[in-house]
Design a binder for this molecule. Structure first.
Ligand SMILES: Nc1nc2c(ncn2[C@@H]2O[C@H](COP(=O)(O)OP(=O)(O)OP(=O)(O)O)[C@@H](O)[C@H]2O)c(=O)[nH]1
Ligand SMILES: [Mg+2]
Length: 625
């Protein structure tokens, strides 16, 4: 899985860069629009065409600097931010901007959640703020915006900064324009490491805001000189406020802004359950597609086409008889197991089959609706009301999740000796509708089972090309990863690394036992124990206990005990003690230094060969990777 994860990460990178290439407005487009001055419509259109959702970018812009500034933000009205912010505040912000702007509609969208908890502050700051230069910078904007264009285009030429894909990842529902905003304004971020970049998410808004402030204070011409010099200050508002010096109103305004923004992002992050944890992820996490091992899907087959209703008629054959053809059948929704798919993340919550076409005159039958194929990973269980209805364990296996409705009959169908001119026909039947639960159980040959920090991921990295995250804190691994061990005779053994188990996992301690289902399909088990901890055999007992609690007999699969961290001094004392106490074969090795990995690899191969032979003797084909 993790090999594929790395592939996926590559894919996602390329996708994202595609998105950046195509989804963001090209700089030339930006230029033409921007240099037109406050051309609301065109900007908005570009926002809608290229970036279909409203985003937090408005947050920063609309709040911070008010109307003029907002022109630079691609925005759309159609996606309100209620889901992420407080609706009440959003509305307050809207009215605020309407009054300031004379009701240009797209400011409603732009203000969005920007004003969360800030509408009052915003109003008061409008009163305090010296509006003259501010408006001037907005109106006389051709120069100013030209300056910004240069800035944009320069930024776009830098193009592929790490922050952009990452931000897209933050907002899978299309907050690309926020990413765009940030990348446009914070050149600094390109040089940063990933960890910094995640922070940059917050800082970007500030920096952008600060630039605008600088522009307003210094006049339009100055805006061309956005430079790195400003950036050192951008993250700290106190510094900025000093810079603004005499602008009393401004300083209070900005401090309130800062406060408000913090709240706003706080609430936003809270609503994003997955990514919020990413702050601590050591690396690479942001660019990978999320691993999803269960999904609820509603599937509806296509509606059958109605029957035709017509009578044939031509000169000299006026009563030619009924000739309405039958309608086409609706298309099915079909789940198809695909080896390329590694998680259920690309499965949507709803699928609808194509409808059949209506029957026509002249006995023309309507075309059948096309089937919709949904690719799912091999090892996907399909459940309905808690009952397993399908188990897709082979590549290419299909399951018809929802049948399309049958097409209706045309009036020709009802022609009989009793009724030579039937006028009735039947409509198409509706497609079947079901709500199904998909559940993925990783299919690998061997499963690494161990306590957190035992070194499972390190071991997988050492024996395969998979790159699961390794770190010195527990629960580094949150999703199963599969790595492939390649042998010289081209046999491949798949090894799954699952998140660490602890004592009581079956009572939902630690990460619980939700991940044990990924072990369920492993043909043999590799128990990984940390030899350097006191009494490592206790770990082994606990692990077995947990596996048994999950499924009886699971811990008794063909297995081997791996004593990891053999390079540490304590391990050498513990190893003989462990060997005395456990019945299984113990392979002592060090995933870190690579000591004695060969023994594991040979033994793994033995286990695999035994498995293949057993399957073949049963007349079944062994799972191959
Ligand atoms: N000295 C030594 N340290 C090791 C060895 N193997 C792993 N480690 C360290 O142990 C720590 C945990 O390693 P991981 O591979 O992340 O452990 P894990 O079992 O995957 O942990 P979780 O994902 O949290 O379940 C890391 O700091 C590794 O560098 C080893 O053979 N020797
Ligand atoms: Mg791990």
């Amino acid at each position: 899985m993790s090999q594929s994860a790395s592939n996926q990460s590559l894919h996602s990178q390329s996708n994202l860069s595609d998105a950046i290439g195509t989804g963001l407005p090209p700089s030339s487009l930006m230029q033409s629009q921007i240099s037109n001055g406050p051309n609301h419509v065109s900007m908005q259109q570009s926002g809608q065409n290229t970036m279909p959702t409203t985003s937090l970018s408005m947050t920063v812009s609309s709040h911070g600097t008010g109307p003029g500034y907002s022109h630079t933000v691609p925005a759309s009205q159609n996606v309100p931010m209620q889901g992420q912010g407080s609706i009440g505040n959003y509305q307050a912000a809207t009215s605020h901007y309407n009054s300031a702007q004379g009701g240009s509609q797209h400011y409603q969208g732009q203000s969005s959640i920007a004003m969360m908890s800030q509408s009052n502050q915003g109003n008061s700051m409008m009163g305090q703020r010296p509006m003259g230069p501010y408006r001037a910078s907005q109106q006389g904007s051709s120069q100013q915006y030209m300056g910004q264009e240069e800035y944009y285009s320069e930024q776009y030429s830098h193009g592929q900064g790490s922050s952009e894909p990452m931000n897209q990842q933050y907002y899978p529902d299309g907050h690309g324009d926020y990413a765009y905003q940030q990348s446009s304004y914070t050149e600094q971020s390109y040089d940063r490491s990933f960890d910094d970049s995640t922070q940059h998410y917050y800082e970007g808004g500030n920096s952008q805001y600060s630039q605008q402030q600088a522009g307003y204070q210094q006049g339009a011409a100055q805006q061309q000189t956005y430079s790195q010099q400003q950036y050192p200050n951008q993250q700290s508002y106190p510094g900025q406020q000093q810079g603004y010096g005499p602008a009393q109103g401004a300083s209070s305004q900005y401090s309130s802004y800062q406060q408000g923004q913090g709240q706003q992002y706080g609430s936003y992050r809270a609503s994003q359950t997955g990514p919020s944890a990413q702050q601590q992820r050591p690396y690479g996490y942001e660019q990978t597609r999320y691993f999803v091992d269960q999904r609820k899907v509603r599937v509806v087959g296509g509606q059958g086409g109605g029957g035709g209703h017509s009578f044939y008629s031509e000169p000299r054959k006026v009563f030619g008889g009924p000739d309405g053809g039958n309608g086409g059948d609706g298309g099915h929704v079909i789940f198809k197991a695909d080896q390329q798919m590694k998680s259920l993340s690309s499965v949507f919550p709803f699928y609808q089959g194509f409808h059949g076409e209506r029957g026509g005159s002249k006995n023309c039958y309507g075309a059948n609706g096309a089937h919709v194929y949904v690719k799912v990973p091999v090892g996907t269980l399909v459940k309905e009301d808690g009952r397993v209805v399908a188990d897709l364990t082979q590549h290419g296996e299909e399951y018809v999740a929802a049948y399309g409705g049958a097409g209706g009959k045309g009036n020709r169908f009802f022609l009989s000796n009793e009724n030579r001119a039937p006028t009735f026909f039947t409509p198409g039947e509706p497609g079947q509708e079901r709500v199904l639960h998909l559940e993925l159980k990783t299919t690998a040959h061997a499963g690494l089972v161990g306590f957190p920090n035992a070194g499972k991921s390190s071991l997988l990295r050492a024996i395969s090309r998979a790159k699961p995250a390794v770190a010195a804190y527990p629960f580094t691994t949150l999703n199963p990863h599969v790595g492939i061990v390649h042998y010289q005779d081209y046999e491949q053994v798949a090894v799954a690394d699952i998140p660490g188990l602890i004592k009581g996992a079956h009572q939902n301690r630690g990460l619980g036992m939700a991940f044990l289902k990924h072990i369920e399909r492993c043909r043999f088990l590799l128990y990984v124990v940390d030899l350097s901890v006191p009494q490592p055999w206790i770990q082994l007992q606990d692990l077995k206990h947990e596996l048994e609690a999950y499924e009886k007999g699971l811990s008794e699969r063909p297995r081997v005990v791996i004593g990891n961290k053999f390079d540490l001094a304590q391990s050498r004392i513990n190893l003989p003690l462990l060997r005395e106490r456990v019945a299984e074969r113990v392979i002592a090795l060090s995933a870190l230094t690579g000591d004695n990995l060969e023994e594991l690899l040979w033994h793994l191969r033995e286990l695999y060969d035994t498995y293949v032979k057993t399957e073949q003797s049963r007349g079944q084909s062994p799972v191959k990777w």
